[in-house]
Design a protein around this ligand. Structure first.
Ligand SMILES: Cc1ncc(COP(=O)(O)O)c(C=O)c1O
Length: 461
C-alpha cells in the first residue's frame, strides 16, 4: 500500500470516483463546509515517493493499481480536497467556495449560435484532428487581442492552445523543469498549480506576496538560498493579476524588479493570467512578457473565468522558441478543434466583447455586496483588502479566532469557505480564509455573511 498522506479522508461516496465526484463536489452548492487542502498538507519530506512505495510483488487478488504507480503517479495520486467528517448542516448551506463563473450568466444562446454556424459551415474541419498547436484562427484572434492591449506585434505563431490555464502550466513545467530544478511559487498560491508542480517532482520554494504582488526582497533571498543549496531556480510561477487567493495585483515597479531578477538569474517567468480579464477598475498593467521585453517570460491564459470552465481552452503565449518547445511536448493531439472554432466564432461575432464587461459588472456588484456585508458583520474578527478584480476576498483572521473550531461553527451555520491552509505548500496559513463571490447568487451573499459572522463569533469565544 502507498504511505498514507496526512490528510483526512473524505467520505466514501467521494472516494469512489475521486476526480469526477470531487469536480462536482467542488462546484456544487449543495454540499456543506468545504475545507480543502490536498497535497498542501504534506511537507516536502512527507511526500509518498520519499517515504518509499510498494512493489509489483505485492499484487494480491485483482490488480493492485496502487502498487503499480510510477513515482510521478504516486506524486500525483489524488489527494482529496478534504473535509471534516462533519454532520450535514441543519439547513441548506451557502457556499463561498468554488472559483467559477456566475452560473445563470453562462452565454448559452450565443454558444449555441456559434456552434450552429461552425457545424453548418466547417464541420469537416471542426470534427477532424487539428494539430498540436491548436486552431490557427483562434490563435490569430488571441494575438490581435493582446497586441491591441499591450502594443505588441505577436502573431498566431506565438500561441499554443492548451487544456485551460492548468493544462498550460502542466505543459510548460513538463517542457522546462526537471526533478532536480527548483520552481518558485507565490505563497499563498492556487492549490491546483502547486499540485502540478509536485507532479513534476521538482523542488518547490515559496516566495511571499502582499497586495502588490511578490515581495522583492523575499524573492532575492529565495533565489540566493536556492543557489546556496546548490539548486537551480528554473521557473517562477506568478498569478500577477487579481491573485488566487489573495486578490492582489503585482505593481508595475515590482513587475520590473521581478523581470530584472529573473533575467539576471536565468529564471523563466510563467505568468498565469486566469483572472486578468475580470478587472473592476484599474488600467490593466502590462504582462511580465511585455515588461521583460518579450523574452524569458511566458503568459498562460484561459477562457475559463471570463466565459466558462467547461470549455477547457487556454493558451501559452511566448516567443517562438518557447511555443515550439511546448508544442513538441503535446502528445494529446491538441485541444478540440471544434471547441476552439466555436470560441473563435463567438469572439468574431462580437459576443465575447459584450459578454466580458457584462460579467465584470455582475462580479463588481457581488463584490460590493459581500464587502458591505463583511464590514457590518465581520470587521471585529479580521481584516481584508478590496479586490480590484477576480473572484475572491482573502480574509486574515484575528489572533483570537480558533480556526479549527471555525470549521465546525461554519458548518453549524451552513456557510462554506476555503481554509487558508489549502493555499500554502507547507500547510501553514490557517489564519486566513478565502471567500468567493463569483459563483454564489448575489441575493444570497448578505445571508452567507450573516452566517459567517455568527460562525466567527462562536469561534472567537
Ligand atoms: C490561478 C488559476 N490558474 C488556473 C486555474 C485553472 O483554470 P483552467 O480552467 O483555465 O485550467 C485556476 C482555477 O481556479 C486558477 O485559479
Amino acid at each position: 500500500m502507498l504511505p498514507t498522506p496526512n490528510v483526512v479522508a473524505p467520505p466514501m461516496a467521494i472516494q469512489d470516483n475521486p476526480i469526477d465526484k470531487l469536480t462536482t463536489y467542488y462546484s456544487e452548492t449543495s454540499f456543506y463546509t468545504v475545507f480543502f487542502s490536498g497535497h498542501n498538507n504534506m511537507t516536502q519530506s512527507q511526500v509518498p515517493w520519499e517515504a518509499g512505495g510498494s512493489t509489483i510483488e505485492e499484487v494480491a487478488d485483482g490488480y493492485d493499481w496502487e502498487a503499480a504507480l510510477s513515482k510521478r503517479g504516486q506524486a500525483s495520486a489524488w489527494s482529496p480536497w478534504w473535509m471534516d467528517q462533519l454532520p450535514p448542516p441543519p439547513i441548506k448551506p451557502i457556499m463561498l467556495t468554488g472559483g467559477i463563473p456566475d452560473p445563470p450568466s453562462l452565454p448559452v444562446e450565443g454558444l449555441i449560435a456559434a456552434n450552429d454556424a461552425v457545424l453548418h459551415r466547417d464541420a469537416k474541419f471542426a470534427l477532424m484532428y487539428g494539430g498540436p498547436q491548436g486552431y490557427e484562427g483562434l490563435r490569430e484572434w488571441l494575438a490581435e487581442d493582446i497586441n491591441a492591449r499591450e502594443g505588441l506585434s505577436l502573431t498566431a505563431a506565438n500561441f499554443v492552445l492548451t487544456c485551460g490555464s492548468a493544462g498550460a502550466l502542466s505543459d510548460v513545467l513538463t517542457t522546462f523543469v526537471d526533478p532536480e530544478d527548483a520552481v518558485i511559487l507565490e505563497q499563498p498560491c492556487y492549490p491546483g498549480s502547486t499540485r502540478i508542480a509536485r507532479s513534476i517532482m521538482c523542488h518547490i520554494a515559496g516566495v511571499g506576496i502582499d497586495d502588490d504582488g511578490i515581495i522583492i526582497d523575499d524573492l532575492r533571498q529565495v533565489v540566493t538560498q536556492l543557489k546556496v543549496e546548490g539548486r537551480r531556480p528554473k521557473l517562477l510561477y506568478t498569478i500577477s493579476n487579481f491573485q488566487n487567493p489573495n486578490a492582489g495585483t503585482m505593481s508595475l515597479d515590482r513587475r520590473k524588479a521581478v523581470a530584472e531578477i529573473c533575467r539576471e538569474h536565468g529564471i523563466l517567468i510563467a505568468q498565469d493570467d486566469a483572472y486578468g480579464g475580470i478587472n473592476f477598475e484599474t488600467e490593466p498593467l502590462p504582462s511580465l512578457f511585455s515588461v521583460a521585453g518579450g523574452t524569458g517570460a511566458i503568459l498562460m491564459g484561459t477562457f475559463s473565468k471570463t466565459l466558462a470552465t467547461g470549455l477547457r481552452v487556454g493558451w501559452v503565449m511566448g516567443e517562438q522558441a518557447v511555443v515550439d518547445a511546448v508544442t513538441r511536448m503535446r502528445f494529446d493531439m491538441g485541444v478540440s478543434p471544434w471547441t476552439s472554432r466555436v470560441l473563435h466564432e463567438f469572439a468574431l461575432s462580437g459576443a465575447y466583447a459584450k459578454h466580458v464587461p457584462a460579467m465584470i459588472d455582475i462580479y463588481r456588484s457581488k463584490r460590493d455586496v459581500m464587502l458591505s456585508a463583511m464590514d457590518e458583520r465581520c470587521s471585529s474578527f479580521g481584516t481584508w483588502s478590496t479586490p480590484k478584480g477576480g473572484f475572491f476576498v482573502w480574509m486574515k483572521l484575528n489572533d483570537g479566532i480558533d480556526t479549527k473550531k471555525l470549521r465546525y461553527t461554519a458548518n453549524e451555520e451552513a456557510v462554506g469557505y476555503v481554509g487558508g491552509e489549502a493555499f500554502f505548500a507547507d500547510g501553514t496559513g490557517a489564519e486566513y480564509i478565502r471567500l468567493c463571490y463569483s459563483n454564489v447568487a448575489e441575493t444570497d451573499i448578505p445571508e452567507a455573511i450573516r452566517r459567517l459572522g455568527r460562525a466567527l463569533e462562536k469561534a472567537a469565544s
